[in-house]
Design a protein around this ligand. Sequence first.
Ligand code: KG4
Ligand code: ZN
Length: 342
Amino acid sequence: MGKEVNILGIETSCDETAAAVVADGHIIKSSVVASQVELHEKYGGVVPEIASRAHIEKLYPVLSEAIEQAELEKDDIDAVAVADRPGLVVALIIGVTTAKTLALAWKKPLIAINHVHAHLQSAMMEKANLDLPAVALIVSGGHTNLYECDTPLDLKLLGSTIDDAAGEAFDKVATILHLPYPGGPSIEKAAEKGNPKAIDFPRSMLEAGSLDFSFSGIKTAVLYHCHGQDMKGQDKVPSMSQQEIADIAASFQAAVVDVLLAKTKLAADRLNAKTVLLGGGVAANLSLRKALERMCEQAGRTLLVAPKPYCTDNAVMVASLAYYKYKAGQFADLTLEPKARG
Ligand code: KG4
Ligand code: ZN
């Protein structure tokens, strides 16, 4: 067996500052994530300038800790990988500039990683060789994408959201319900005590056979439910009982899960998929995991889900995917610039 390939991964695309060292694409030697939740909480969403400033402050200690935890010297690192897209450019630029500087100073190759593809890698890491064909659902705060995937580097986009991402809908509905940020976990928690059939929120499927998603309609439906049709009434949420809020959360969650399940099943049926993968922040949601589990069980498909700590943003997924680019000789140069879109 040859020497291990150790890759240092850096992630600063949104509101998590993260660094990790992963060997050979799957041996996690360290993973450090500094969350900025408390900084953005009072605004109910990520404020780009605040995120950027926090990445500047946190990246150096996060990187030092990741290298220390991995018990490696810089000479043992074979490459530096960084998420360069998609995301907030003012946030991405901190990771990209740091990665370029380290690559130059340490004389190591630089690897650019697509953040959304990296989310998929978190699910792929679970198994060395996929039973093909495989379909992947990546659901995060910024993206809702369906892919056909053969290998970590061979992904074909089948469908994506035409408006809000699934996680964004969770975050916006949590704000409507006056639930704490980030919205996904708050809605999931509130929904535990609610009746998912209490309110029949719309399930937007777009035209027949479409693998695209739309979540802005359901967000508006929740808004009208709470403020009256066309926003003509007052905000009723402050006077609602805990049970009423739980019912709205559960009914909203059920509608989003129904749509995600239906589209993933449609893609999997169409491709006759043997494997289904699930990743991204919303993949932490238990009712989504269970719905896909049931669908795969009934159809005799293998479901691979990103482990919970690697559903939301982290650098393990960046360093892991980078291993495949390293082996394929797909390196970036020092002209690398962050990009808002992937
Ligand atoms: O992947 P991620 O950390 O960041 C992006 O790349 O966007 O995803 C964050 C998103 C947020 O919208 C958050 O509300 C959602 O994932 N999320 C959840 C859950 N945990 C996080 N959504 C539903 N249920 C959860 N348990
Ligand atoms: Zn993400």
